[in-house]
Design a protein around this ligand. Structure first.
Ligand SMILES: [Zn+2]
Length: 278
């Protein structure tokens, strides 16, 4: 089927499951996410970020994702991840992305509000959904400071003034962690749930313990972003396959990569409770 918006993935405050947002970088990753979604009967978000656009190009990545969505009967959104300028948002929406994130988290609050509000308006004009961010989810190598965590009062004002469909919040996770280790500020999450009109998004989930993710979903997280964990799984599979038989056809190695991404994504879908929800 055609890609859908994030509002068409079956999410609701009363259904305690989250949809997985899986960053894709090339054919192996897109195929892995789509095969897992089919096997698990799970909705999912195929996410395309700036690093991958630099690697493969916006239009080729989108075309591949859309073509593979069309082969499935499960609802999949195609989402632009961490856009920091409006031009790439416009290009993505014109191509047919069904969801976009504007990341103004590093901007002053008023500028974040103003620019996110414009992106929300633009996305809605295209019939797409929009995600914003308040608070800072740092990159690996940086620790989360108290001032990085999302302030509930600011988040409520931000959501009200921008009209975002989803809000990324900072609870203690860090982008780019290759193994789980971070825990989340669950009391803060519960407070955010009480004041926000929209579902919340957890970034940096590759570094978060499974038990913390389960609790976060109970406390209102409805989209969980996974990127690094899939890269690690694919790299291990490719490396292992090549080392095992360096003379074998390279396509067999790539297939191992797809299978490992599929298995990793399916495991996350079960953890997030989205299996069987499509
Ligand atoms: Zn992120």
């Amino acid at each position: 089927m055609n890609p859908v918006t994030m509002n068409q993935l079956g999410l609701s405050p009363d259904r305690p499951f989250a949809v997985g947002h899986f960053n894709v970088h090339n054919h192996e990753f897109i195929r892995g996410v789509v095969e897992a979604a089919k096997a698990e009967r799970s909705p999912a978000v195929i996410a395309i970020g700036m690093q991958s656009i630099k690697y493969m190009g916006l239009a080729p990545l989108f075309a591949a994702a859309k073509a593979m969505c069309a082969e499935t009967g499960v609802p999949l959104a195609i989402h632009l991840d961490h856009a920091r300028d409006e031009e790439i948002v416009r290009q993505a929406l014109a191509l047919g992305f069904t969801s976009v994130m504007f990341d103004g988290s590093a901007l002053a609050f008023e500028e974040n509000v103003r620019r996110t509000r414009e992106v929300v308006r633009l996305a809605h004009d295209f019939g797409a959904t929009a995600e914003g961010e308040v608070g800072i989810v740092p990159q690996n190598g940086t620790s989360v400071g108290q001032g990085d965590l999302t302030d509930p009062d600011l988040a409520a004002v931000f959501a009200g003034r921008t009209g975002v469909d989803f809000l990324a919040v900072s609870l203690g996770s860090v982008h780019g962690m290759t193994a789980p280790g971070a825990s989340l500020n669950q009391p803060l999450l519960a407070r955010l749930k009480g004041v926000l009109p929209c579902p919340m998004v957890l970034h940096g989930a590759s570094g978060v313990l499974d038990s913390e993710i389960r609790q976060a979903i109970e406390n209102g997280i409805r989209k969980v972003n996974v990127n690094t964990g899939l890269k690690v799984a694919c790299k291990k599979a490719l490396g292992g396959s090549i080392a095992l038989d360096p003379e074998a056809d390279f396509l067999a190695d790539l297939k191992c990569g797809v299978e490992m991404v599929t298995a990793a994504v399916a495991g996350k879908m079960r953890l997030f409770g989205s299996s069987g929800k499509a």
